[in-house]
Design a protein around this ligand. Structure first.
Ligand code: BGC
Length: 741
């Protein structure tokens, strides 16, 4: 459809001020209780449910007693142009129908949903997915999410989330693509391209790069907290994934909740206009995070909500998500002359342009329940979820107990989480279908050889209840193999789920210690959202293996079972560092060098009470085979700024099965005008090798990618000495020197 300035001007010229402001307004439905004398306290119920004080079933029962207000009148009058987080297909269709058929201008709604990890078919959490280091897996899972959401009437996703996360205490690390700007940029780019690419039948979603900017740097890892960060770190670490998303054409950017340099991101003109539009070249529209406009009053940077609406709009915030402040106050702000109609036109024009570009007008209102039924959770989508799930799990430890041998005839599965569907689905899976979820217990039953008996004992949960210990331990003594499933429930990570302590909660460690004393071969499977402080499991010889399985989504049970049985050779590599203790956070591999790097000498940078090295470094992950690196070769060790570094390495599969290795290339600038990271990932490649097979991997890295931002934001590539490292993790590399002249 024609998206020229002229078409948009023409559209705007037919709209009233109210209707234009309606395009800047996004809201969700509201609930009221229908039973007399019973007050609906949705926020309270949500809190109680997330804290485990109200069961999900009871929550659902109460919600069912509420009446949902879909804001039909607001849509019909043109004062609500966009809907947020409506999951019911029929309701989505109903609101879209009103906008397309009953509103005066017939402008379709943007229906925005957090399509973060699939839609009805659930995929691994973004953090888990980034551990696949597999861009094809990213593409395939995003394509399924897009198709399922699109047929269900959604046309806009609040993703990808591109916040670099260096602190495992931060609950939203689970939604992030990890700690590395390069890996995150590669993933973000593929996600934006895939979401937005139009398929033959028009299927596409507009993508949102969020949360702009540096939300992951929340002080102390505490959600929504203030961010203190230097400009060059902001530019070098937090900005690249957003730049990649913008270059890939992301239609929207979501401004973050927190304040940066003292200004809430949602009302920062420097961020939303100078940096985002002028420097980064963004031409879509900016949506605030939920209620972030009115939160400016709470921050203390706006006198009241009217003032917040004015400041956020003038800063460059085009759409207000859920505060309803734009729709309440912009009209009178225009009347009083504090905001000009031109400002409204500019913002509304940006929104309309994207509605045209993403085919909303062409599609109009459509509802095809049969098509939805056929599409969502179809066997092909489940197959892709399974494949991607297997690629996302990371084998952290294995002293030889895995894969489980066929001789294990009696396998005991222990742990409440092993049969907890919500935990397998994990955070940000609201659109998922719980009934379709395969648990580890189920997956093991489905995958075990016929003559193998799979038994289950609750044993322990994520609490202090020790009443199941005895029974589980005595069953363990009689089993050939034990799988203990430990970790976190679905709501222990995600938004507003920061934690100060990274140890396994409750009596989990205590149980695992007792289990290890039985002497029965045992593997721990972790279901969790964040890196945990699991040094005690790593050190305990009675725990033969640890599989970091995160929250893998719908097919999790089958994915885990296939890995445990060796039908799939684990290939995931960590996209985040595992610290030994929460007190070491933020701990990340690409840190600047100190003048006294940690070592055995007392006066060096380290904690006295924990190892200097992380428990598991960035890039780490085991396989059932082994890989050996040799013959690192730099073809051109002296190069000019406009040249490209060429590096070769030989990788050999030295084990007895075929497997996939992720070959990682890092560099370090050793003579620079600013202190540079000790290592920076610049390239990676996946290589599949048969047992005994040798492969050669070649990398090209233009010198233009070896630079950094100085304190005033200028990107510089400086001559001098560099190191290049190639290997299977950030800590296991071969190295060579080269020079930029
Ligand atoms: C989150 C966003 C999300 C929005 C809508 C907010 O609380 O921070 O990431 O897109 O809600 O669900």
């Amino acid at each position: 459809m024609d998206t020229s300035e002229k078409t948009i001007e023409n559209l705007l010229s037919q709209m009233t001020l109210k209707e234009k402001i309606g395009q800047l307004n996004q809201a969700g439905s509201t609930m009221t209780c229908t039973l007399p004398g019973f007050e609906a306290d949705i926020d309270g119920w949500v809190t109680q449910m997330l804290e485990g004080r109200l069961s999900q079933e009871e929550f659902g029962r109460r919600i069912a007693m509420c009446e949902e207000n879909l804001r039909e009148d607001e849509i019909a009058s043109g004062s609500l142009g966009n809907f947020v987080n409506l999951y019911d297909d029929e309701k989505v269709a109903a609101v879209q129908k009103i906008a397309c058929e009953e509103s005066r201008m017939h402008i379709p709604l943007f229906i925005g949903v957090d399509v973060m990890r699939g839609y009805r078919t659930v995929f691994p959490t973004p953090l888990a997915l980034s551990c696949s280091w597999d861009l094809q897996a990213v593409r395939e899972s995003t394509a399924v999410a897009k198709r399922e959401a699109y047929v269900s009437g959604v046309n806009w996703t609040f993703g990808p989330m591109l916040d670099i996360a260096r602190d495992a205490r931060w609950g939203r690390i689970v939604e992030s693509p990890g700690e590395d700007p390069y890996l995150a940029s590669e993933i973000g780019k593929v996600q934006v391209e895939t979401f937005q690419e139009e398929e033959a039948d028009g299927c596409r979603l507009m993508a949102t790069a969020k949360h702009f900017l540096a939300y992951g740097a929340a002080s102390g890892g505490q959600d929504y907290n203030t961010v203190e960060i230097s400009r060059h770190t902001l530019y070098d670490v937090y900005l690249p994934p957003f730049q990649a998303a913008i270059d890939a054409g992301a239609g929207a950017v979501m401004s973050a909740f927190h304040d940066l340099e003292g200004t809430p991101c949602t009302m920062s003109r420097w961020l939303l206009t100078d940096l985002l539009r002028k420097q980064m070249g963004f031409d879509g529209f900016v949506v605030s995070d939920a209620e972030a406009v009115k939160q400016c009053v709470v921050h203390g940077t706006a006198a009241d909500e009217r003032d917040a609406a004015k400041k956020c709009l003038l800063a460059g915030g085009d759409m207000d998500m859920s505060s309803l402040d734009y729709v309440r106050y912009l009209e009178e702000l225009v009347e009083s002359g504090e905001v000009s109609e031109k400002d409204i036109d500019r913002a509304a024009g940006r929104v309309l342009k994207k509605k045209l570009e993403f085919g909303l007008f062409d599609r109009g209102y459509q509802y095809d329940p049969e098509k939805i039924q056929k599409t969502v959770l179809c066997s092909e989508h489940r197959r892709i979820s399974l494949e991607v799930g297997k690629k996302s799990a990371v084998l952290l430890k294995n002293n030889g107990v895995l894969p489980i041998g066929k001789e294990a005839k009696k396998i005991l599965i222990i742990g409440e989480l092993a049969d907890d569907k919500d935990a397998h689905m994990g955070p940000w899976s609201f659109t998922g279908v719980k009934e379709a979820q395969v648990t580890i217990l189920q997956g093991m039953k489905d995958c075990a050889p016929e003559e193998t008996e799979i038994i289950y004992a609750r044993g322990f949960g994520v609490n202090d209840d020790r009443s199941g210990f005895e029974e589980a331990l005595s069953l363990a003594r009689e089993a050939d193999f034990v799988i203990a499933v430990a970790g976190e429930t679905a709501f222990m990570s995600g938004e507003a789920a920061s934690r100060a302590d990274l140890h396994l909660v409750g009596a989990q460690e205590e149980f695992l210690e007792k289990l290890s004393e039985t002497g029965v071969p045992a593997a721990v499977v972790l279901i969790n959202g964040r890196p945990l402080a699991i040094g005690s499991l790593q050190e305990n010889d009675g725990i033969g293996a640890i599989l970091e399985a995160w929250h893998l989504g719908t097919e999790m049970g089958h994915a885990v079972a296939q890995i445990l049985y060796g039908d799939y050779n684990p290939s995931g590599r960590l996209s985040v560092t595992f610290a030994n203790e929460g007190g070491q956070e933020p701990m990340y591999y690409n840190h600047p060098n100190t003048g006294k790097p940690g070592g055995s000498f007392k006066f060096t940078s380290k904690y006295q009470d924990v190892p200097i090295r992380p428990l598991y470094p960035f890039g780490y992950g085991l396989s059932y085979t082994g890989f050996e690196y040799s013959d690192l070769e730099v073809e051109n060790p002296v190069l000019k700024k406009d040249q490209t570094l060429k590096v070769k390495v030989v990788v050999k599969n030295i084990g007895e099965r075929s497997g996939e290795e992720t070959v990682q290339l890092y560099i370090r600038d050793i003579t620079a005008s600013l202190v540079r990271p000790v290592k920076e990932l610049k390239r990676f490649a996946k290589i599949r090798l048969e047992a005994g097979e040798m492969g050669r991997v070649e990398f090209s890295l233009p010198c233009s990618e070896m630079g950094f931002h100085d304190s005033d934001g200028t990107f510089v590539v400086e001559p001098g000495k560099f190191m290049v490292y190639v290997g299977g993790s950030s800590e296991q590399t071969l190295d060579a020197e080269y020079e930029l002249v």
